[in-house]
Design a protein around this ligand. Structure first.
Ligand code: NAP
Length: 140
């Protein structure tokens, strides 16, 4: 039986990396994203291979929803070439960051970025990819 496949945002470090490695130990393969740390992403790909699973890293900025259509195309071709499938099993919207500024010092640009990464990006990335998730059913 072929491995399940998870798509995880922000998988090159922190909690996302831990999730990728934890899934690999359960024989679950991953396509994960990184925003800027390609070197860290490559290291995670190698650690997953050493655990006997497979991972592919793709660059994505989750605050830029205009990039989601291209990400979907890249994901589709990655799934086709690496797993001979058009679908995956789990979507984990992990990418994000805290705010270093105090409440009184938070600018509108900082607020907008937090919302774009943690709310708007999560909503529209899920909307972009949901029909590719195994078991997804429309209830409307
Ligand atoms: N750690 C905690 O205690 C804690 C508590 C509550 C919530 N969280 C949430 O859990 C998630 C992971 O936290 P963490 O501590 O593991 O963070 P982290 O170590 O700082 O890693 C953040 C990850 O998100 C990616 N990322 C950040 N902004 C991005 C963007 N605009 N587009 C795409 N990727 C982006 C980073 O990619 P690059 O490295 O390539 O930039 C990195 O892979 C975050 O959403 C965070 O807000 C964490």
């Amino acid at each position: 039986m072929s491995n399940k496949i998870a798509v995880i945002t922000g998988g090159n470090r922190g909690l996302g990396k831990n999730t990728v490695l934890s899934l690999a130990r359960k024989n679950i393969d991953c396509v994960f994203t990184y925003r800027s740390h390609k070197d860290e992403a490559q290291q995670v790909v190698e650690e997953v291979a050493a655990l006997g699973a497979k991972a592919v890293a793709i660059q994505l900025d989750v605050s830029d929803i205009l990039g989601f259509a291209e990400f979907k195309q890249t994901l589709e071709s990655t799934l086709a070439t690496q797993w001979q499938t058009s679908r995956f099993d789990y979507l984990i919207n992990n990418a994000g960051h805290g705010s270093d500024s105090a409440f009184a010092d938070t600018s509108e640009a900082m607020f907008d970025n937090l919302m774009n990464v943690h709310v708007k990006g999560v909503f529209f990335l899920t909307q972009t990819l949901h029909e590719m998730i195994n078991g997804w059913r429309a209830y409307y």
